[in-house]
Design a protein. Structure first.
Length: 201
């Protein structure tokens, strides 16, 4: 017959094992963080883009704001592309605007970013039109194109300069590839905003 002290020790050991086992198998969930969010007053997400921001109008860059910036953000990148275009029958999309090294202290962009390879705040830009924003320009006789603005928050400043290729589209593609490669492993957050456009009939 088992003595009472022995039974108590066995029960205590069983309880300790059960508690330890439960602690080891209970998943630890990280606190939920609001995702990086991109917005513009120019048009609702997924809606047609006003001519003002396109090749059918003034072709000025849209104003943007962003919220829920991840801690540790050093710079931002905006990659504007037209995924409905296949460059030279391949997988490359039309590079409408690659804008990188935007200071991490900024919470948005004003309308009408000036042309230039490097701006006073250290940010850099290029597109298939040169060192400037390129607005949407889908043909009137085709479907609406889905112009996509990708915003990335990075934990570094990118050591990338614009390609010196004399041909505009290859220069933009080469620069975008270099920017995307340099970003690998440094993306803290991403947001996407979409607008539709085709030229008026």
């Amino acid at each position: 017959m088992t003595h009472a002290p022995t039974r108590l020790l066995a029960l205590a050991a069983l309880f300790a094992y059960s508690t330890m086992s439960h602690a080891q198998t209970t998943p630890v969930t990280a606190p939920r963080v609001s995702p990086l969010t991109l917005a513009t007053t120019g048009w609702p997400d997924g809606a047609p883009i006003p001519n003002k921001f396109t090749q059918a109008g003034e072709q000025v860059s849209p104003p943007f704001t962003w919220t829920n910036v991840p801690a540790g953000t050093v710079t931002f990148v905006i990659n504007m592309l037209d995924p409905d275009v296949a460059i030279q029958r391949g997988t490359e999309t039309q590079p409408h605007w690659i804008f990188w090294n935007i200071p991490g202290t900024m919470t948005g962009l004003p309308e009408g970013i000036k042309a230039g390879g490097e701006l006073p705040d250290g940010s850099r830009q290029i597109s298939a039109s040169g060192l400037q924003y390129r607005g949407p320009g889908a043909a009137a006789n085709g479907p609406m194109h889905h112009y996509t603005f990708e915003l990335y928050a990075l934990d570094i400043k990118l050591d990338v300069t614009a390609s010196t290729n004399a041909q505009l589209v290859p220069a933009a593609l080469e620069t975008r590839a270099a920017v995307m490669k340099a970003m690998q492993g440094h993306v803290l957050g991403k947001a996407v905003y979409v607008g539709l456009f085709r030229r008026p009939q």
